[in-house]
Ligand binder design. Structure first.
Ligand code: F6P
Length: 512
């Protein structure tokens, strides 16, 4: 006897579940928190809701049975080793990721990767359709699942579908390199509402609809006739910016705990109590600008503007996508650079750079944020960068200074940070020095304003704004009713007759 799966009014789908299953050498499996800002943000939104999360459990092979964790129903989707290679590492992270991030490294195109991407997207759509209650809300996340909205719509026309892009959406000139650009746009247009980090991202998407698919857009909506459908089944989809944030209150509370404060003091002490501790925390990704940051730091050491042990830097690089070539090369390059800097500028007991290729629990991250005098967030392109907001949320003491790239989505909200262009090494050096030498009252003023922004615009507000926008997005396919058909014909008649009147009037004017 097969037992029917439970159904839910809210179904979230993301490439990863919030937990990864890790199997150790002895074959024993444990669950570990998944990497990335998406999971951190969504976890806090999902807790306490009667909702389900569909995603990959992070390991190859048959997926584990669905289970409940902290009140959340987790529904694993399985990926074979080939699918991990072609859908996740290949199409998602070696084709789409570079195109969506200014082609910082070249994108790779393979038709078999695309076929696997379609197959896996369909598997996600089937899983969602299975557990969505009648009329449920389905919230799909990120670039790995761009075909899912249309696939879910064809399986379950009764549900409301939203998609949110955590990364930038590229300009049409880059997006159009994708041989599958049309199918991707049509996949997204299965949604009722498409959410983006910045208005510029939503505009880029709408421009793709106009320029590549000849669709008509008005303000933040696009109207089109779905392929193969009744020509009267026109739909309108809204695309707008709703920038993501962090769980301000819980990070603020965590960083105020005696344990985290004591750990922050311990970290500083074990680094030799430097006057200034610079900190970088990133997934090891070429979009994060780690090389550019290290170059600026190295030149400041070379120029003798700063020197250990008074000033030191800690770079935490979380392992990421380690089997993709571009990531492997980046790791080699960064580790070589760190080695070079330490060889040249460290002294016994006072290294110039502390480099940590590891991921850490939330409390340890909060302690690092509290310990750091200057936080360096200098991506070349980033959808949002939640590390910048996490740092701000942890600085309840109003200490610390944030150096922020203007190419991070966070820049659009965190104007009181010390802003830099990461491509301008001279500019980055100057900005770091401004942050290092800023008077305490200026730093406090800036931090206060930054905290105010993040406290009000937190992740809970983001989720409720998103769900409200989804609920009020243009409803169902807009089929012209008989009445509106008649209205339209009436309007056309009226237009024709007023045009005739105008023509007659102008003829008369010319006669005069
Ligand atoms: O938002 C970008 C993103 O790809 C998320 O989808 C993901 O949670 C995070 O970065 C980490 O990436 P990955 O899942 O490839 O390790």
């Amino acid at each position: 006897m097969t037992v029917a799966a439970p159904t839910f009014d809210l179904v979230v789908a993301a490439n990863r579940l919030p937990l990864d299953r890790v199997v150790d050498d002895k074959g024993e499996s444990t669950w570990r928190r998944s990497p990335g800002g998406l999971v951190t943000a969504m976890e806090s939104v999902m807790k306490g809701r009667d909702a389900a999360w569909v995603g990959w459990a992070g390991e190859p092979g048959t997926p584990p049975e669905p289970f409940t964790d902290e009140g959340m129903y987790l529904h694993p989707v399985g990926l074979s080793p080939t699918e991990i290679e072609e859908y996740y590492e290949g199409f998602s992270n070696d084709t789409l990721w570079p195109i969506f991030h200014d082609v910082i490294v070249p994108a790779t195109f393979h038709r078999n990767w695309w076929n696997t991407y379609r197959t896996v997207n369909h598997r996600f759509a089937v899983a969602i359709a299975e557990i969505a209650a009648p009329g449920a809300t389905v919230w799909v996340h990120d670039y790995q699942l761009q075909l899912v909205p249309a696939m879910v719509r064809s399986l379950r026309p009764d549900v409301r579908i939203g998609w949110f892009n955590h990364i930038p959406f590229p300009p049409v000139e880059l997006f159009s390199q994708l041989p599958w650009r049309r199918a991707l746009v049509e996949g997204l247009l299965g949604a009722d509402f498409l959410g983006f980090q910045r208005t510029a991202d939503a505009e880029n998407f709408l421009r793709c609809c106009r320029r590549l698919l000849n669709m008509s857009t008005k303000a933040d909506t696009v109207t089109f006739t779905p392929p193969g459908d009744d020509p009267d089944a026109r739909r309108t989809v809204r695309a707008a910016a709703i920038p993501i944030s962090v769980d301000f209150r819980s990070l603020d509370a965590l960083s105020r705990t005696p344990e985290v404060k004591a750990r922050a003091a311990e970290i500083r002490a074990s680094l030799g109590n430097p006057e200034i501790l610079l900190l970088g925390v990133d997934r090891l990704d070429y979009t994060k600008g780690i090389r550019h940051r290290l170059k600026a730091y190295e030149e400041l050491l070379r120029d003798k503007a700063i020197a250990p042990p008074d000033v030191t830097m800690m770079q935490v690089s979380t392992p990421s996508r380690e089997r993709v070539d571009a990531y492997r090369h980046l790791r080699d390059e960064i580790e070589r650079t760190v080695g070079g800097i330490n060889g040249e500028y460290s002294d016994i007991g006072s290294p110039a750079v502390y480099y940590l290729y590891q991921s850490y629990p939330r409390a340890e991250m909060a302690a690092m944020f509290l310990a750091a005098d200057v936080m360096l967030v200098t991506p070349l392109r980033d959808g949002m960068n939640l590390v910048a907001k996490e740092y701000v949320a942890c600085r309840h003491d109003l200490g610390g200074a944030l150096v922020l790239s203007e190419f991070a989505g966070a820049w659009h909200e965190l104007h009181q940070a010390f802003i830099c262009n990461p491509h301008d090494v001279e500019g980055v050096k100057q900005t770091i020095m401004r942050a290092v030498t800023a008077p305490e009252d200026e730093r406090r003023r800036r931090m206060k304003a930054l905290r105010k922004r993040v406290a009000v615009h937190d992740v809970q507000r983001w989720a409720s704004r998103y769900l409200e926008a989804l609920a009020s997005a243009p409803a169902k396919p807009r089929r012209p009713t008989r009445a509106s058909d008649e209205e339209r014909r009436g309007e056309e008649r009226a237009n024709r007759s007023s045009q005739r009147a105008l023509d007659n009037a102008s003829e008369r004017t010319e006669d005069l």
